[in-house]
Design a protein around this ligand. Structure first.
Ligand code: PGA
Length: 250
């Protein structure tokens, strides 16, 4: 069976007490770890990454960040370097999440630089792309997705590494709203994305994720999608039991 990847994006929802409660449930009911075909990663905020790295030693949960600086070291106030994150068992890092794009105004080029820094360090990037509702209604979804991917695709033409690369399609209007796109819309989009990467030398290491209102009520439908390798889960992933249900749903 193909491995399925579940990435919990804890955003700024979690607390130290919440992490303790989550890990307590995980320790007594570690179904998330039992299955070799399941990968579960937690994208935590920076201060929680350190805390989790102490607690998750010898655990089968993987640890990731929600962003990182495109620079390795230096006079960059307020930024967090990948070098320091890597001292905390970092396995992956989200880049280009729509909340980060909007709040911090990160450009396509900045996001592409982050993506490259991650691959240079053999840390899996999860590159988020997605259109807004207005863009969807204007019929420019595929163009927007292409624009968001363009510099990364150019770079990947000559990239020869073996690090796994994740591209998460997260329509902005689906994030935190309970609304998910129609199945046929998603299939068309993933088909388009697959075609874009098909000829790249690292095509076999590129995996697609869906994100945006993945929760216990929507996962059944989403698991029927073809051509994706997993999910990026926001709000629902804070709750251990909800995450477990999402992972176990058949
Ligand atoms: P959501 O968030 O599951 O809360 O909609 C997903 C995300 O933003 O990654």
């Amino acid at each position: 069976m193909k491995k399925t990847y579940y990435f919990a994006n804890w955003k700024m929802y979690q607390s130290f007490a919440g992490i303790d409660a989550f890990l307590m449930e995980y320790a007594t009911d570690n179904v998330l770890a039992a299955d070799a075909d399941v990968y579960v990663g937690i994208a935590a905020s920076y201060e929680h990454i350190y805390y989790l790295s102490q607690k998750l030693e010898n655990s089968s949960l993987y640890l990731g960040a929600q962003d990182c600086s495109q620079f390795l070291h230096g006079a960059y106030t307020g930024q967090v370097s990948l070098q320091s994150l890597m001292q905390m068992q970092l396995s992956f890092c989200i880049v280009g999440h729509s909340e980060v794009r909007q709040l911090l105004g990160q450009s396509y080029e900045t996001i592409a630089l982050k993506f490259k820094v991650l691959l240079a360090a053999n840390i899996s990037p999860i590159l988020c792309i997605g259109e807004t509702l207005v863009q969807k209604e204007d019929g420019v979804t595929l163009q927007i997705l292409y624009d968001q991917l363009e510099s990364v695709l150019e770079f990947l033409q000559s990239y020869q590494g073996t690090t796994k690369i994740f591209i998460a399609y997260e329509p902005v209007y689906a994030i935190g709203t309970g609304v998910i796109p129609e199945t046929h819309e998603l299939q068309e989009i993933f088909y388009f994305l697959q075609k874009l990467v098909k000829e790249l030398p690292v095509a076999k290491n590129i995996m697609f994720l869906y994100g945006g209102s993945v929760h216990t009520q929507t996962i059944g439908l989403l698991k029927n999608l073809e051509g994706i390798s997993g999910f990026l889960i926001g709000k629902a992933s804070i709750d251990f039991q909800a995450l477990k249900k999402i992972v176990e749903c058949e």
